[in-house]
Design a protein. Sequence first.
Lengths: 300, 980
Amino acid sequence: MAAQSIDIKLKKVSKIYHEGDVISGVVVIQSRNELSHTGITLTVEGTVNLQLSSKSVGLFEAFYNSLKPIQLLNVNLELTKAGKLPSGKTEIPFEIPLKPKGNKVLYETFHGVFVNIQYIIRADMKRPLLNKDLQKLLEFILEYKDESEKANPKPITFNITSESIQNIKEKHNLPKFRIKGRLDSTHCHIIKPFTGELIVEYSEAPIKSMELQLVRVETCGCAEGYAKDATEIQNIQIGDGDVCRGLVLPIYMIFPRLFTCPTLATTNFKIEFEVNIVVVFHDDHLVTENFPIKLSRFSS
Amino acid sequence: MSTFHWEIKERNYGKEYRDKTLNREETSSHPLKGITVTVTESKLRKQGKVSRSSSISSQASASSQDPLSSALDGSDPLSQFAAQASDPLSRIAAESQSRQSTDGTVTSTKGKNANADIDATFEPWSAKKAAILSHYTTSEKLSITTSFLASGDREKVTVRMQSAATVSDKVKNHLEQLDDFEDGSVQEMLNLSQQEYVKRIDELNNALILAWDQDQRVRSLKIAIQCAKLLADVSVIHFYPSKFVLITDILDTFGKLVYDRIKNKATYMPKGAARPIQLPDNFTPDQVPDSAKETCRNWFFKIASIRELVPRFYVESAVLKCYGFLTSEEYNQALRRLGLMTRGIGDPLVSLYSRCYLCRVGIDVAPTVKDHQMPCFDDFLFTFKQIQTDYVQNILAVQKLDLPRYLTLYSPGLNWILQCLAHNASDAVLDEILIKCQKQCNSALLINSIMSAFKPEYVSYRAKQFTAMIKDCEDTGFPKHVLYKSLGMCFVLADPPDEDKLQLLNDVWKVVIKLKNTSDYISCAEVWIEYVVKNFSKRELNTILNDIIKHMTPDRAYEDHYPQLEAIVEKIVSYMHDFSQLFALERFLPFLDMFQKESVKVEVCKTIMAAYCRYQKDPTNDPVIVNSLMFISKTMHDSVNALSLDDDIRQIGHLISSFIRSISFGHDFEQQLSFYVEARASFSNIDAIIIYLVQCVNTLAMQTRKIVKGNHTRKTASFVRACAAFTYITIPSLSNIFSRLNLYLISGEVALANLCLSQADAFFKAAITLLPEVPRNIQIDGKVRGTEPFLVEYINNLASTLLVVPDNPDQGPLYLVRGLLNAVKNYKWDPNSDAKAIIFVNIITLLSAMCQENYLYGIDKVDSNDKLYGQDPKFISECSQFCVDLKDETFTLLDVLDKPETYKRQADLAHQMFCRVLSCGNMDSSQMSDLAVTLWQLAQKHGQLDTKISVRTLAHVRRQAGNLPAIKKMLPLLVLESRT
């Protein structure tokens, strides 16, 4: 162990907070000997980082033209003035209210490819000459309060057949098949699993795999218009091998934390989600059916 | 000293006995029984073991001063042993229980109510594992795909996952991809033999535990996922059930690790407690702290993001128990959801086994939850038709597997699901299942599984229905003989209705008889024979045996089916306890003739014999039994050769001895003797039997004596002489010299008791002439031991017997004693021991006893030397001359010991001699008292004798001196050397 260490411990184990909450916890400093410093500060920051995809604007621009981060929250707090800490363990408690900066809104935490919404709490200890400053970063998670939009179940049924397929050149090559199914809702409650069912009624060619793909669609607005990109978050297999015909297969997927958030549309960026049902045949033919979905934090 | 005259003390045994007897006191309680009674309260509490004796505490206050009780420290040895004996047993029981629970499965910390639901009738998975592993094997090459074992060559073979094919153009996502392996080096190990494969899986298991112990949880999760992935692979399909067993063991381990860790880290605050404590075994979710719930949720989130279906299913099932931390209702839902999930698995075999695993986990985690089981079964029925699809048929074609064998792969998994379903189920449920099966697909496979999973009573009760079903079931290729086998097992465990029994047998046997393949046939017969023996008379048994013989004889088919045939014999003898009936069966012995391989034959004989020894309670002389068992015993006996193991010989010897013991011809002693003669002729190779026979014959002689009350008639006299002759010629064939010696002695005593004087003489003479042959060392249980203690003991014993043996008029007086002495003198004794001298001293005692007017003991109706000589002075002087010789011999030995390093031995020996002289010699003779004094001084000379012994001896001498002036005179000369 290093001679000195600094750590942040939050009271809430889950590290989930809402706007208006008070973040409380302690900064723990451990040192073998007496530790002199020139002040310990605590910073709480919330930012939206936007990045342009190289595909939509070109490599050059992507590299240089990255958009300016939007700051949602910035609180600084001095924990102690310059002085000395005794050897051993020192705990400094703190409480910080979560209030957005200006008229900004505290969006939910989201880790994406082009859009990142992140909240961190940082403890800094400045130290006199010849000593490295100590720093500790801790991410916490922000979630909406109950006032946001509620999810209303919107069930849909679908039919995927060899005839219904578009965007294909040689239609006659395609093996005949008929898949029926139902999604319990396209407006989903983010902490509830995504559910539905699927029946392979008929398929000429043996099936290799059936998958459920969760896709995020991130849109960044900029001066020259906007860039929209769809990337995979996760891919869940729901059928392995040549599944039994006529048997109702369950569609079931849990939305991963951090990588999903309620669907969001702002003036500068948008975060949306889609689900693809992918059927792979044994000859590696691949059929995808796309369903845009809307995510909400709460249900009515 | 050449004129030394040994004078023997005359003794009056009767007076000595009266004088030295302690006063007897009547006691009301058993001295060993009521001892704890006297122990004070505190002591009693200390030794909780002996509580049973506290009930008689009121009686024994009188014996409170009993020295025994204090010596035994309050608890009597017998009850102490009893207490100890029960201890290790219960400990073993407890151990085996705990072992069972930690046996890789997750059963270890079941709540109490959970245990109550699973009773003993439920056969645990661990019991089935071994059978599956031994049954489903392969000689083909297997392969493992993993990144965790490739420690040898770190060549990076980058294999892109299939996910890359579907979304290759998209940016690699941030979500931790559990399917991606560390540094992407996945290696496929090809061409593994089954053993190697098992070894690899074992290594994976160890890697998992190691990773876990090193706090690399994600790595261990990855290993678990990789293992589960192997279960999706159906190449080498006939190994699949075994693979399932091996891999689910790892998954179970993983589940247990996760559960235990969360549980151990989770402490909670009970109301009013200052410090958090560990969760109890039967905790409720609201006791679980948030941090533990959070960890738990993280695990489930992580598992939910596993890309592939099969690993996701298995890993989630493995950690299913952790749902207990979150909510109490979760099990039910989770089990049902997972059950639905298995529908997505296309391969019918893989999906069946995944359902099997789910049921297994379900039984472990929530035995009361049964909702998921029936849907699982329904799904199986629904997907069962898939085996007709091209997909499955292609697999079979590629792997060259025929349908019947393929179908048997389903059995273990299906059996398990049905077992879970049928456990404690009502008949209505069973009926429902039965109807479903018939409706959906009346397949042999299903019927078979139903018969093995359902309660045998249920099946037996509907015996006719089942036989009809078996007859009608569509021929999907599942072998029918297996069905009949399972049916037979049900009937064995639970009797079908009485009125149907014969009909059933006829129906079934009609089919069985037509089975062409002998191994199919014998596997049925093996089961059905038990049904026959149990329920029918010997006539039917005979018929069946006849049939088996008929099937097995062509082409020597029996050679391939010895285990089954052995099992048949075993089953017959475990039910047929009337051995005369059994051996009277016309076809039983011909049946035994089929065992032509020597080792197997011997095993079968052992089985029969063991059963006979166990069940034949009364002695018998039934000629059928005697002859048959003689034959069987001879077979066993003849199998013993130089290469046989000691244990085998011992076992066979024991069995045959038991057989001999059980044969009794009542009062027809001659017949009995001739039986023994025959037995000796047949079983001459095994010492144990010969010894036993000699003892039997001796017993016979003594019984004769008892019947005639010692007064032999001419007939009985010649009979006992015949017995003696038997033993005399039998004993020399024994290889163990000590057995020979002991038997000579015993037989001599028996002969003597039966007034066969010359025979007795011969026995003793034989014993004495045998003595020089005793080796100095002997091997006992593989360890070399000196024979000296045995020999000294034996000679003492022999000497005591010689006291009563009357001298043979043809030989000089004391002929045998002289012979013994010569033997002792000529024997090559170990120079480092005093055995020889001790024997000399003992013989002095013998000689002095021989000179008494009336001997200390004698044999009824045998005139010993006291009667023969009546203290004839010649005889006496002969004896005392003998004593003088012995004294001189002893002194020679004492002289040899006169060296500093042997002073101690010299002192001990001199002291012993002193004691003998004192007790046997007449102290009135000055020569004798001088001798005593000389010996005393010799013993004290170097101060090597134990002072305590000296002091005690001196005290004894003083006490004697009271009535004997001669000793009083001697007393001042006995100086106790004080040690410096």
